[in-house]
Design a binder for this molecule. Sequence first.
Ligand code: PGA
Length: 257
Amino acid sequence: MKAQKQFYVANWKMNWDFDETVTFITQHYDDFRELGRIHPESQIVLCPSSIALAQAAAVFQDSGIMIGGQDCADHHKGAFTGQVSAEQIKTAGGAFCIIGHSEQRKYAGSTNVVIAHKCEQAFLADLTPILCIGETKEQLQQGKTSAVLEEQLKSIVDLFAPKTYLLHDKQFLIAYEPVWAIGTNSVPTQDHLDFVYGWLSNFIKKQLPVAQIFLLYGGSVSPQTIKEIKHNPLINGFLVGGASLDFQEFKKIVECT
Ligand code: PGA
């Protein structure tokens, strides 16, 4: 059954420098609060780059708007130059963390096993992971979508099988983000979404029953495309890239669903 809660995650990627991020959140502080107030079932999560995360968290403290990281390390702490730990995100005021985004998989070489460890670090730090999974265009054309998703989720299932206590009653957001839909303005058909979310919810019921899982969709979500993708009742929110850089566009997406 469809849970009431819906998540709207703004993934600002590496688009803004510190000043630009602060200007945007300061300009739209009241707008975001108001949007959250009018739609109490909608949890808005803003994911700035790590340099601006603490500042964003300070601005939105106690506002109902949550802040998330865009990635975290697969280790707790130590000699990992350049990485940001889940604990650091948490203590800077973050509550969520995107993990396994296809751009991380592609450009930073994150494997499924590393991504599973990042999710573990997020749970240990009391951050809600937003795990991204999805197939490439080629894999889609070869009819391998469910095989790819299964492979991506298997490392999570294997890692948590002996430690289910880490997942107990914890929110776990899983975003289906077909790589071919990211930044392309093309979105999957109704049939494809029905197939994927049906498959995902069955898989999760069998393999990850202890967590409170919410399934999201990401990839070219905009005020135009949301109308085509919002119908599936198993989708409990959206991960928004490009359109989240414009408050009015983001607002239309929240208001359309
Ligand atoms: P997009 O990005 O909305 O610009 O397609 C989504 C994402 O990469 O999370």
